[in-house]
Design a protein around this ligand. Structure first.
Ligand SMILES: Nc1ncnc2c1ncn2[C@@H]1O[C@H](COP(=O)(O)OP(=O)(O)OP(=O)(O)O)[C@@H](O)[C@H]1O
Ligand SMILES: [Mg+2]
Length: 254
């Protein structure tokens, strides 16, 4: 049924032809400073158009900041972002969506939250909204104010709203951090379905099992720098950096 959510996704053959050799999104020399501290330091990154890249790293490493920078929500103090090889602008940003670590929802009903996103993308469509609510198990709560939903329900609503806009790139910042196993599985199933439908996923998690279930690639980011960006199997079998080895063994890594 989720496939229907992407029926109208129209990947033009012409666009496909000009994709390679450009990555979907590239960062060059990306930096972010605050309070005199360099929090993101010279990040160079190429994100392929498909698959899931799971971002891992200790608390305070800069994972959320990096996602905000990549999504264009905050401005870097240096560096640039390229979308399919060209400077990333507003049009490219509208092809992306983000689910935040703490869900940010409108103080309106669950249904209104999705309608609002659809309207922003000029696609008001009640059937589609109801289908999305159904996918995340919230159709019965469509009229309930979003702020009265539980944490897990709010996170599922945030994911439904992000999917509503049919993004090419979906950022998810620890979307299951406080969810029970059933809600976590529901989110993972939706994310994997989106990935199968060609949506590029960038997913932050501290959960190693989840990273193994979802990831094609791992981006490991201790201390605001990229220590590894590797195929998931390689990363888990043979991490090359001392920081990643320590993190995987459960040692404190800064
Ligand atoms: N706007 C800001 N101004 C100053 N410092 C900030 C700002 N945003 C984040 N930081 C700091 O930058 C560092 C990285 O924060 P970030 O939220 O990206 O970490 P994280 O890797 O997502 O951590 P967690 O795993 O706990 O979510 C932290 O030390 C945080 O306090
Ligand atoms: Mg974070």
């Amino acid at each position: 049924m989720l496939d229907r959510a992407f029926d109208s996704y129209d990947a033009s053959p012409v666009e496909d032809a000009i994709q390679p050799p450009f990555p979907l999104l590239a960062a060059r020399g990306l930096c972010f400073e605050a309070g005199g501290a360099r929090l993101i330091d010279e990040v160079d990154l190429r994100l392929d158009a498909f698959g899931a890249t799971v971002v891992m790293g200790p608390n305070g490493a800069g994972k959320s900041l990096l996602l905000r920078l990549l999504h264009g929500l905050i401005a870097p103090c240096a560096g640039e972002l390229l979308w399919r090889g060209k400077a990333m602008g507003e049009a490219a940003r509208r092809r992306q969506a983000m689910v935040f670590q703490r869900p940010v929802l409108l103080r309106r009903s669950a249904a209104d939250n999705i309608d609002f996103a659809l309207k922003l993308h000029r696609r008001a469509d009640r059937d589609r909204r109801d289908m999305l609510l159904q996918h995340v198990g919230l159709l019965e709560k469509a009229r309930q104010p979003a702020r009265l939903l539980s944490g897990g329900e709010q996170q599922r609503l945030a994911l439904a709203r992000a999917l509503a806009t049919e993004p090419e790139l979906l950022f998810l910042d620890e979307p299951t951090a406080s969810l029970d196993p059933a809600s976590t599985q529901m989110i993972e199933t939706l994310v994997l379905a989106a990935k199968r439908n060609g949506v590029k996923i960038v997913f932050v998690t501290h959960d190693l099992g989840q990273a193994k279930r979802l990831a094609d690639k791992i981006l490991f980011l201790p201390g605001g720098r990229v220590a590894e960006h590797a195929p998931a199997a390689r990363f888990f079998d043979r991490p090359t950096s001392e920081a990643a080895r320590g993190y995987l063994e459960g040692r404190i890594v800064l």
